[in-house]
Design a protein around this ligand. Sequence first.
Ligand code: PDD
Length: 276
Amino acid sequence: MDNKIIFYNGRFIKNKTFYQFLKDRGFNFGESVYEVIKYQNGILICFDDHIERMERGLREIGMKNPLRRNEWKKICLEVAKKTGNDELSIYIQVTGGATEREHFVERRPEPNYFVFAQKICKRPDKLKIILHPEIRWKRVDIKTTNLLPNVLAKFYAKKKNYDEAIFFEKEGAVKEGTSTNVFYEKDGIFFTPELNGILPGVTRKRLIEFLRNRGIRVIETKIFVWDLFNADSVYLTGTTTEFKPVCSINGVKIKINKNYKTVEKEFLNYLLKISK
Ligand code: PDD
């Protein structure tokens, strides 16, 4: 029997929608998968890549996808249009649905889902990053809303006047940022951490493809913090960060490739082209 008596912020609430929110397994257990998709002048950048990743995430945690791909697309475009801006980030979340708060439930409830859009905050052109011990769980390949370690690391970075924190393991292996993937360039070759203990970033995947199409070697391997300090340049990628060079790590200056603006421009054009 599900108890519907809930006291919330000073009063008892009876509204069914409130119940749906407050008893949602996403809210109470972090049983949710989300995506952030860039919208630009009527185009959803790499929409299929994002939905594919979300579908995989839902499968991995045993949840149903409540909508078909074309239905997601229609809603995202409608939300973007209503929000009324040429450039937005679209946020999608599918949550576990409302039940009595029990870790195990015999039957999974219908998932809840929602979509909203917001303006993309201006990111600095060059990023100052700080290294942060890995404190996350082992399934960060699934894009769940369990982001407290990411949020804490980001707060830590911001408080110390850095733009992003990069997680690294005890033995020095670099994983990824709180909301970004990492690349570095050495002697004309790009390196990026292999898909083990990181989110398979959409921007990461498409940057690898873009660079390889241009004949540039990209190696996915274990990379270490000292590789970053020895690099010719270091970059972060992500849906909202896009492709940005790193100018310092823990206050130590990092070299910047003078051509980065051209590469960035061409890469963003490439993303637009493949998303039309
Ligand atoms: N984050 N790594 C982590 C931990 C992330 O949360 C993200 C994206 C990325 C980059 O992935 P993509 O290129 O698919 O955006 C890497 C989104 C933007 C966020 O949580 O806001």
